[in-house]
Design a protein around this ligand. Structure first.
Ligand code: WT7
Length: 642
């Protein structure tokens, strides 16, 4: 089924080394065969790798679009990441944490268990947090973030992690949408040598209005320099409140379908969606996919560079690797601080063997040059992964050759916040690699490329769809069932991913990128509508349209076409102020790279903005038919100004 014969006739098909294959967790087709023969039985077998308090009665209850997996089963996610290891891995390192300033802390599975229990008890007894309550986590990449995630899971509180780069407004929106009762933050975080004043941003968010929020727990990470003040009765110091709490805490038995977390992601409207994941199915897929895709073994040092604020950090930094009893590296800062050697230095010092990062980072490393890498011994690496956006074959080859020494297989993993875990990826010892292609659906996952009318594309391009329910699929959009239906289940009978893709004669998928009004900037999803609605909040803006333009490093960058009100000057200062305004309102990841002032936008006679035309301008493509425009001459002007 892997079509190796056809592959061998093509260019640039790369096989894992014999050494890798000989030692791999999965080196034959047995998982594929098992899944093809009995898909639900296959998933039940994966679920059996978890510890359940109560067995399920039914593997899947599928009432499109609502899935229930392992119905009637009960388990706890934190138990499966911690307690299950206490017998055999008590003294094994669970987390190696390195701060941007260079300090290193390690936690054994026993340490982590104690810390999680202490916080869990604190949340229950001192803050009256109950099963089902929502807790927002707005933190830097410090161990307390992983601990907080697991402490929520232990007591059945639903965590909503908000990436520490988001603004006060974005944070406030997410706190209120989830109606969080409690927030855990830090006095600040380090990023590229600067302090990100997280607590101050929290205070700003609360000032905007967070009526449901009763308490804030603050980790002192920066210390005095952060100038943090705690408001009496509302704000509490993390290490003080957990101090007296017991380090053993009985885990809350959770129904398989009880929500584990909410994670907000951008969509095609101005409002982000709270993607809901549940416990049993999510953890089943997280544990299985980590072991299969990354070939995770007992003595690996596994490093996923994603922030826990994104889904990659949830599934492949916390839940997946810890459920497998792995040693996980967690790094607070950026790859270029204090200099561009940082990552290679970390890999060398900690002997990282599995490295999972994003194409935007790979392209940046490539640009920085091989010298930084050559100064370090990174031969501990044995497997590389990429995620978040399409990877161009050139960057893929560089990653494979320079970082992997042509020795480490590269897994290109396609998935989404909504899918909870990896959907498309080769199993590294089994399927030959084709640079730029994610490869095959994982065993247990069924995918297709579809034409817009829903018919199959056997070879060629179309829209990507996951065609059978899978355990870690999203269960809904928090508080908005209508949006769940219309976004994912209206276009096709099967799950609509919003990505364009091609499929080749070997069944390999190449994911090309979003086909909706969502951009992918440095692997982060941003809705064009979010940026547009922010731009028009700026006092001088009459109208705005946002599209993506190709960017050498970030994949895509944001371009805003802006009509100013008459009394405002279309000068560079206004441009800079606008960009700053967006960064302040949404977060730095949404800062436009380019603003083009224009007296008008390409619109139909009924007044609808024709984004297709703006996209083509931004991508430097042929403009196409402009006859339906109210004033076609605007196109030439925009091309000149771009
Ligand atoms: C979107 C999902 C999944 C974790 C990180 C992003 C794009 C993701 C790949 C890949 C091509 C990819 C898609 C997808 N994407 N991985 N390997 N090849 N594109 O999660 O923020 O939910 O974004 O990222 O466009 O829809 P996310």
């Amino acid at each position: 089924m892997t079509g190796i014969d056809t592959l061998l006739h093509e260019e640039r098909v790369i096989q894992a080394t014999e050494t890798f294959k000989d030692n791999a967790n999965y080196s034959d087709e047995s998982l594929y065969i098992e899944a093809k023969t009995d898909r639900l039985g296959f998933w039940a077998n994966r679920a059996k790798d978890l510890q359940w308090v109560k067995n399920w009665d039914q593997v899947l209850d599928w009432q499109r679009p609502n899935a229930k997996w392992f119905v009637g089963g009960q388990l706890n996610a934190s138990t499966n990441c911690l307690d299950v290891h206490l017998e055999t891995r008590k003294n094994k390192t669970a987390i190696i944490w390195e701060g941007e300033l260079g300090e290193v802390k390690t936690y054994t599975y026993e340490d982590l268990h104690h810390q999680v229990c202490k916080l869990a008890n604190t949340l229950k007894t001192q803050f009256n947090i109950q099963k089902g309550d929502r807790i927002t986590l707005y933190m830097p990449m410090i161990p307390e973030l992983a601990i907080s995630v697991l402490a929520c899971a232990r007591i059945g509180a639903i965590h909503s992690v908000v990436f520490g780069g988001f603004s006060a407004d974005s944070l406030q929106n997410r706190i209120q949408d989830s109606e969080s009762k409690l927030l855990i933050t830090a006095d600040g975080g380090y990023r590229r040598g600067k302090i990100v004043p997280l607590k101050q941003i929290v205070d700003e968010a609360i000032a905007v209005g967070c009526p449901t929020l009763k308490s804030v727990i603050v980790v002192s990470h920066i210390g005095e320099e952060s100038n943090t003040t705690l408001l009496k009765g509302r704000d509490f110091d993390y290490h003080t409140v957990i101090k007296e709490s017991s380090d053993s805490c009985a885990p809350e038995p959770m129904d398989s379908e009880d929500p584990l977390f909410i994670l907000y992601t951008s969509g095609t409207t101005g409002k982000p969606k709270g993607i809901v994941h549940t416990t049993g199915g999510y953890l089943t897929h997280a544990k299985y996919s980590t072991k299969a895709v990354f070939d995770l073994k007992e003595d690996d040092i596994y490093w996923c560079t994603a922030d826990i604020g994104w889904i990659t950090g949830h599934t492949y930094l916390v839940y997946g690797p810890l459920a497998n009893g792995a040693t996980v590296l967690m790094y607070e800062g950026t790859p270029d601080y204090p200099d561009k050697n940082r990552f290679w230095d970390i890999i060398e010092r900690h002997k990282v063997s599995i490295f999972y990062t994003a194409p935007t980072a790979i392209r940046a490393f490539m640009k920085w040059g091989d010298d930084h890498i050559n100064q370090h011994d990174i031969s501990s690496l044995r497997l590389l992964g990429t995620v978040g956006e399409p990877i161009n074959p050139e960057a893929w080859m560089w990653y494979y050759e320079v970082i992997g020494g042509s020795r480490c297989p590269v897994v290109d993993t396609w998935w989404q916040t909504e899918t909870g875990g990896i959907m498309l990826s080769n199993l590294p010892a089994i399927n030959p690699m084709k640079p730029g292609s994610a490869g095959l659906p994982l065993p247990g996952i069924e995918a297709k490329v579809l034409n817009p009318d829903g018919s199959d594309v056997t070879v060629g391009g179309g829209l990507l769809s996951i065609t059978e329910p899978w355990p870690s699929m999203l269960r809904g959009v928090w508080g908005d069932p209508g949006r769940f239906n219309s976004t994912y289940w209206k276009k096709f009978d099967t799950y609509y991913a919003g990505d364009g893709a091609t499929i080749d004669p070997d069944g390999y998928y190449m994911v090309l990128g979003r086909v909706d009004d969502v951009l992918n900037v440095a692997g982060h999803r941003i809705g064009t509508m979010e940026v547009e609605s922010t731009l028009v909040e700026f006092p001088g803006v009459a109208e705005a349209a946002v599209v993506g333009m190709p960017d050498e490093i970030k994949g895509q960058a944001i371009v805003g076409f802006v009509i100013l009100k008459e009394s405002f000057e279309p000068n560079d200062q206004t441009k800079a102020e606008l960009c700053e305004f967006v960064a302040k309102k949404i977060g730095a990841i949404a800062r436009p790279k380019k603003i083009v002032f224009t007296p008008d936008l390409p619109k139909t006679r009924s007044g609808k903005i024709m984004r297709r035309i703006l996209k083509n301008i931004a991508e430097g493509k042929e403009i196409g038919d402009t006859t339906t425009l109210a004033s076609p001459e605007i196109v030439t002007l925009l091309q000149e100004r771009f």
